[in-house]
Ligand binder design. Structure first.
Ligand code: COA
Length: 161
């Protein structure tokens, strides 16, 4: 039974993240989506809101679970007896950050592998911050995020006006 963790801030989830998740679900028997309670990133949405936005979008993907975590990812992975961490590499610009993070995690927990998958190239320029920037000024983000996420972004920015 191969188990991987797909960690992220997911502020908010995008179609690019969902593409990575679908690939992970094809490779592993069990996938845990782990939403980081990452206050350092000053997320727009609380961890509970991010999980609520994820829930309907992962419902159709087999053997995928959803949870949150805080603290070190390797501790979470160890506690959940995961074999691997999965991360997406959209472009060369992701590489350095991901490479350093993978090596640090390997230093902390040598048994835990990090596996990279490439999302579909149509998502190579999608990021949660760019999506938020477009949504903030009233642009259409329907190409990048599921309808429930687009609606939550609209609501969040309307409340701030
Ligand atoms: N499609 C779209 N966007 C993607 C993407 C994809 N396939 N893959 C990455 N991204 C983007 C996100 O949109 C996000 O964009 P933003 O920076 O503009 O908001 C960015 O890449 C990364 O976000 P995300 O994938 O949500 O993950 P993250 O990099 O915020 O997550 C953790 C990092 C949570 C995995 C890491 O900080 C962690 O492990 N924290 C726990 C503490 C710890 O163990 N630290 C030591 C690590 S060495």
């Amino acid at each position: 039974m191969r188990h991987c963790i797909y960690p992220g801030t997911f502020d908010p989830i995008t179609y690019g993240h969902l593409d990575v998740l679908a690939r992970a679900a094809r490779l592993f028997d069990r996938v845990t989506v782990a939403v980081a309670d990452n206050p350092g990133k000053e997320p727009l949405f609380t961890v509970e809101q991010r999980m609520e936005m994820l829930r309907p979008n992962i419902a159709g993907i087999p053997h995928v679970e959803l949870t949150k975590f805080e603290g070190l990812l390797v501790d979470f992975a160890r506690a959940h007896q995961a074999d691997a961490i999965i991360r997406g590499l959209r472009a060369l610009s992701d590489f350095e950050f991901e490479f350093n993070m993978a090596l640090m995690n390997r230093h902390l927990e040598p048994q835990l592998e990090t596996i990279f998958v490439m999302p579909n190239e149509q998502f190579s320029y999608t990021s949660s911050s760019l999506v938020k920037q477009v949504a903030r000024y009233g642009g259409d983000v329907g190409h990048f995020v599921p309808p429930n996420v687009a609606a939550e972004l609209k609501r969040a920015y309307a409340a701030r006006r």
